[in-house]
Design a binder for this molecule. Sequence first.
Ligand code: DP6
Length: 361
Amino acid sequence: MTEAQFIPKAYTNTVEQGKVTWESPSNIALVKYWGKKKNQIPENPSISFTLNNCKTITTLTFEKKEDTSDFDFEVYLDGEKKDGFKPKIETFFKRVEAYVPFLKDYKFVVETRNTFPHSSGIASSASGMSAMALCLMSVEKQLSSNEISEEYFNQKASFLARLGSGSACRSIEGDLIVWGENEVVKGSSDLFGVKYPYAVHDNFKEYQDTILLVDKGEKQVSSTVGHNLMFNHPYAQNRFAQAHDNLEKLKPILESGNLDEFISLIESEALTLHAMMMTSMPYFILMKPNTLEIINKIWAFRKETGAHIGFTLDAGANVHVLYPKKESEKILEFIKNELVGYCQNEQYICDQIGFGAQQVQ
Ligand code: DP6
């Protein structure tokens, strides 16, 4: 697949107006995407669990307009007009316009809401951008007289989402998604996410992700800035090679269900991600003291009880606590008793591995 294959042929249908709604989940990377080329082409492959409960629900209303010289849209979050979101969507529209050439033909109203608390520090860009991309694909489907295969629909939705935010391309489907060309996963691509095609042990069914909200504040350094700091980073090339190795190592782990090896790999990935931040120039730290308190508590509990509890981090201070469903009773009790005290306002979110976005309307 090349970019050119996502440029549509002339549309066969005229649509005056309409309304589509998609709900799309967030995802959490096991092998991390950190470092990119132009247009969110990743420097290394990544793999993620799609989440189930942390979602964005977006309704796109569209109506044909006379003047097709520019974009025309309004954005609402939780029913309130949000002009502050417009520049991000405008940038997205500009990036995807060549692939969805109807954008200037319609006036759009974007109404969006998240199932997780606003400004919880949880990245809403993955769920938000994927929901938006799916809405645009539903419009394209109508304009194409419904003659679009499900495979093409999902691939192109992932492709468009990637142009909005790299990790968003892993939120269209579930339950394990790989993005970035590599030798391990046949059919993998830099352009869009693909479903992990190999055997996955039952240990990973309904795998739990309890997200501990350590810091809900605005991040000091955005992901985009962080990615850019991988240019000329002294350890970048080794890191990119390591991500390929880790993906290769993960394959037999996913197949055998070896949870000890799984935990070592994901925790190393999380700490490597943050080590890259600390060794950038300028350097920065996104973890907070309570992030480290939680990590140390998890390690002590694991040592004491043998429970298969592990963590990963995204580009922030929050901790994703990952564990198998069958151990959830005792681990959740530990989380409530020992970890929640380190969260801002004791806030945490219980989530688990999910199966991707769904059309609501
Ligand atoms: C640390 O997808 O948010 O969560 O492509 O610039 O929008 P942009 O970055 P983004 O980066 C996410 C980085 C990460 C790791 C990951 O999800 O793989």
